[in-house]
Design a protein around this ligand. Structure first.
Ligand code: FAD
Length: 339
């Protein structure tokens, strides 16, 4: 095996996409990851929704980033020969008068084009399209098998010396993992979701417009999974210190499933919790740490990892291969402390 040009520490979504971008560009890499025990990418729903939040805003830079993200996932699908990306739509229910006013105003100004699609005779709901779902567990597992076979993956924790990048340029893609050598200030927000099975037939689910290619969203969302099950999510908890699924979130999310999908006899298959990591300004982070040219990071994907990950990975590869500068919006100086 030829010597790696770069070490990637962490094979969650960020590390996986970086490794794929390296592979596509012919940059030799070596990955280290012990197996995702607390990875957000094991939990995250993988939805790419161009219009989010109560204020119905376009996701940051979505017009520029959506097309390249789709191209990147389609490339990986072809290489792995497994389906990873589904095109869906969101039926967004507007629960408050305030939300309906925001919708009416944004419809007039056209600022949510081309994603906003009004429903005939409805002011309290509209469609968002195109929306995508990335099967994150499958992406990570299938990629891991490939790189294990190729001998470019070490299934263990990285050491502090490896992460310092002294011997080999190293990019830490560690999400919320607490490591002693961490010099990046990232905020953590706990998120929970449930995987559900619908045990009883339900009018809303079986006869509703769109069937299984429609996500329903009224602040929480109900997502049809590729295997016929459903996911409902997600909570935001800025104060939590643990990663245990909580009884309160379970009740809240079950109520959301009933509201969005009817009383389908929901059975909880799994309750999942993970950390979202964000820089204080909510923008992602990529580049070398200030004053440490061999020690890089790729992090801060927040709740938009599926959209932002391919862009960050491409920036890394453009930098490594062609010396191109990183976009100033992702600069590491914003959230590192000296040391
Ligand atoms: C409830 C919830 C719902 C979400 N929904 C969505 C969504 O719908 N759409 C979306 O785009 N995003 C969503 N997200 C966010 C998305 O999941 C994250 O942005 C993304 O998974 C972050 O990936 P990451 O690679 O940065 O971190 P992680 O997935 O946490 O990966 C970090 C990796 O580092 C490894 N690691 C840790 N320590 C070491 C060490 N010492 N040595 C080597 N490796 C190590 C871990 O094993 C892990 O694999 C959601 C998140 C949550 C919590």
């Amino acid at each position: 095996m030829r010597q790696a040009e770069i070490r990637i520490v962490g094979q969650g979504l960020a590390g996986t996409l970086l490794a794929w971008a390296c592979e596509a560009a012919g940059v030799r890499f070596h990955l280290i990851d012990p197996g995702h025990a607390a990875a957000a990418s094991r939990v995250g729903a993988g939805i790419i929704n161009p219009v989010t939040g109560q204020r119905l805003v376009k996701s940051w830079r979505v017009d520029a980033l959506l097309g390249p993200a789709v191209t990147a996932y389609r490339f990986i699908e072809r290489e792995l020969e497994v389906p990873l990306l589904r095109q869906l739509r969101v039926r967004r229910e507007l629960r408050t008068v305030r939300e309906q006013e925001i919708f009416a105003q944004k419809r007039r100004t056209g600022e949510l084009d081309p994603y906003l699609h009004p429903l005939p005779d409805r002011e309290d709901a509209f469609l968002i399209e195109p929306v995508f779902h990335v099967d994150l567990p499958r992406l990570i597992d299938a990629s891991r098998q490939r790189w294990r076979r190729r001998g470019v993956l070490s299934e263990r924790s990285a050491t502090a010396a490896e992460c310092s990048g002294g011997d080999l340029p190293t990019v830490a893609c560690l999400g919320a993992a607490e490591v002693p050598w961490r010099r990046v200030v990232l905020e953590r927000v706990k998120g929970e979701l449930l995987h559900l099975e619908a045990m009883a037939g339900d009018a809303g689910l079986t006869r509703g417009a769109g069937g299984s290619d429609e996500i329903r969203n009224d602040g929480h969302w109900l997502l049809p999974l590729p295997d016929g099950a459903w996911a409902v999510g997600a909570t935001y908890d800025r104060t939590a210190l643990d990663l245990e699924p909580s009884p309160g979130s379970r009740e809240l999310l079950l109520a959301s499933a009933r509201r969005l999908g009817g009383d389908a006899g929901w059975r909880v298959r799994a309750a999942l919790a993970g950390w979202r990591t964000s820089a204080p300004d909510l923008r992602p982070v990529a580049g070398w740490l200030p004053g440490r040219p061999g020690q890089g990071i790729c992090n801060g994907l927040g709740s938009k990892g599926a959209l932002l990950g391919p862009w960050l990975a491409q920036q890394w590869v453009d930098h490594l291969r062609d010396g191109r500068a990183f976009d100033p919006a992702v600069a590491t100086e914003r959230c590192t402390f000296p040391g």
